[in-house]
Design a protein around this ligand. Structure first.
Ligand code: UDP
Ligand code: MG
Length: 313
């Protein structure tokens, strides 16, 4: 199968028929063998009925329905698990992404050798202040911390080599950082393509202003987990040692001033409390490190590396 198109959707009943028809046109023009996996993320409108009806007309359409709303990441993850195509395309259900981009996105994977290609909504049709400016900041932060040179991490329209989606797990709200997940999993050829962005025709956006706060918090988590997830002691131990040693040095200094320079009232000095605080924080960090190591040791992911090739085995 050439293509799997994964579409997460939450209350998008009006858009689905038009979107399905448009995708079908593109697929038929290019003679692709394909499947469209519509993942209904617990919609409360008639979206699932629409999916069922669409399948009656076109057997290439498949559906997964969640019991309740779990979020876009969960929907994508479930779609990735089911996908059978050689190339996987994700796109939003609200028709803000154009199916006409699919052939080029596929070509970049199959012919140009990219592992994943992310869309770039260079010209956006969203509210400038509510979205465009925070999104610029957010992308700059993601670029700096991850080292991946993308302009638009969170674009819903992306294409992947099959191996990529089968080796990453998108959880929480990590759909914003799939390029980073892919990089951590060892996929280095991450490309970008300018894509057409359209105004939302039906329905409303499903993400409010919290997206930016959450987005930044998630960026911290993902960078931390990626870097220290399998060796937490290297993080906590380092800072714990620093804090503890710094506190100890202050103590030694205070002791010297007492015994050799006859200073009194040691325990009245702010420095005394500062030293105690540092030593306590230092040992706490160490403890956090040990607990982190215990958790990492029990994690099912502790050894899920990807073997690229083997010789003579
Ligand atoms: N979506 C989803 N589950 C959610 C929220 C959103 O599956 O909990 C889908 C939504 O239906 C759409 C895509 O994710 O297909 C992007 O959402 P939206 O268009 O609201 O985001 P925006 O374009 O405003 O960034
Ligand atoms: Mg949208």
């Amino acid at each position: 199968m050439d293509l799997s198109i994964v579409i997460p959707l939450f209350n998008e009943e009006e858009s689905l028929p038009e979107l399905a028809a448009w995708i079908r046109r593109v697929m038929e023009v290019h003679h692709y063998s394909y499947e469209v996996i519509m993942v209904d993320d617990g919609s409360t409108d008639a979206s699932w009925d629409v999916v069922e009806n669409l399948r009656k007309e076109n057997a290439f359409i498949k559906g997964i329905r969640f019991q309740r709303n779990y979020g876009k990441s969960a929907a994508l993850n479930e779609g990735f698990k089911a996908a059978q195509g050689e190339v996987i395309i994700t796109m939003d259900a609200d028709m803000q992404d154009s199916p006409d981009e699919i052939p080029e996105l596929r070509k970049m994977i199959v012919e140009d050798g990219y592992d994943m290609v992310s869309g770039w909504k260079k010209v956006r049709f969203d509210n400038t202040f509510k979205k465009n400016i925070p999104s610029k900041l957010f992308n700059a932060a993601a670029r700096r911390t991850s080292g991946i040179q993308l302009n638009d991490f969170n674009c819903g329209l992306k294409s992947y080599r099959r191996k990529v989606v089968k080796s990453i797990e998108v959880y929480g709200e990590m759909h914003r950082y799939i390029p980073i997940l892919a990089k951590w999993a060892g996929f280095r050829k991450i490309g970008e393509k300018v894509v057409e962005h359209r105004a939302r025709k039906y329905g409303i956006t499903k993400f409010g202003w919290e997206r930016f706060v959450n987005g930044f918090l998630d960026l911290f988590s993902i960078m931390f987990v990626g870097k220290f997830g399998k060796r937490p002691m290297h993080f906590f131990g380092l800072w714990g040692t620093f804090a503890f040693l710094f506190g100890l040095i202050i103590f030694v200094y205070l002791t010297i001033t007492k015994f050799f320079f006859d200073q009194t009232g040691l325990t009245q000095r702010p420095m005394f409390f500062f030293a105690i605080m540092l030593m306590i924080i230092g040992s706490q960090l160490f403890l956090a490190g040990f607990i982190g190591e215990l958790i990492a040791r029990n994690s099912t992911e502790r050894n899920n590396y990807l073997v690229e090739e083997k010789l003579g085995l």
